[in-house]
Design a binder for this molecule. Structure first.
Ligand SMILES: [Fe+2]
Length: 202
């Protein structure tokens, strides 16, 4: 009986994880330029989570939140999402709504309660000048502060339709310059020490 329960639990876990990944794939299919982005952000975020001592459920939430952070982009029109030039102020306001769409899309899933705050707040800034709320410093959920770093890193380290990836020295400089402004300074320090970065800089 308990063995059967264990199998059942295992199946449910896999179904859950598979469903989450399908959702993330749906967004990546909409914007192939971001291909692989979710997986890289997830790996880096989980490494960060371990370094700050997260375990069990909390670490699982880091993983799920990384996979799902931009799920709300599914609700953003393609011509804005894929625009190869600078966005107008109005278009930028529309892009910003992806955090609300994400939180709403995920709200029916009880297992994602611990993930939604990170989805909602991954564009907040340490100095309080981010969106959607303007939370600052440790008011911003830890997982959101982690994803703010790993997400920006992967954006800078990837080719985009309108620009090439930035050289490693420039990416490191960006993080140092923005430590305590856009990013949590303690987390930046931990991030720049990650050994996984060497591989990604190649
Ligand atoms: Fe985002």
């Amino acid at each position: 009986m308990s063995l059967q329960n264990a199998y059942l639990y295992y199946d449910l876990e896999n179904l859950f994880k598979g469903t989450i990944l399908s959702l993330a794939n749906a967004v990546e299919a909409k914007d192939p330029y971001t291909s692989g982005h979710v997986e890289r952000v997830m790996n880096l975020s989980v490494e960060m989570g371990k370094k700050v001592g997260l375990k069990g459920e909390d670490l699982k939430n880091v993983e799920l939140a990384s996979i799902l952070h931009d799920i709300g982009k599914i609700a953003i029109p393609d011509e804005i999402l894929k625009k190869p030039a600078k966005l107008t102020d109005e278009e930028y306001e529309i892009i910003k709504t992806h955090v609300h769409h994400g939180a709403r899309i995920l709200s029916p899933i009880p297992g994602l309660k611990g993930v939604i705050p990170a989805v909602l707040h991954h564009h907040e800034r340490w100095d309080g000048r981010g969106y959607p709320v303007g939370l600052k410093e440790k008011e911003i959920p830890l997982i959101a502060r982690i994803i703010a770093i790993t997400d920006s890193f992967d954006a800078m380290n990837s080719d985009r339709p309108y620009r090439k990836r930035l050289p490693p020295e420039l990416i490191i400089k960006e993080f140092k310059d923005n430590s305590g402004k856009q990013f949590d300074p303690e987390l930046v320090e931990i991030f720049l020490e990650l050994k996984e970065l060497e591989e990604l800089f190649k």
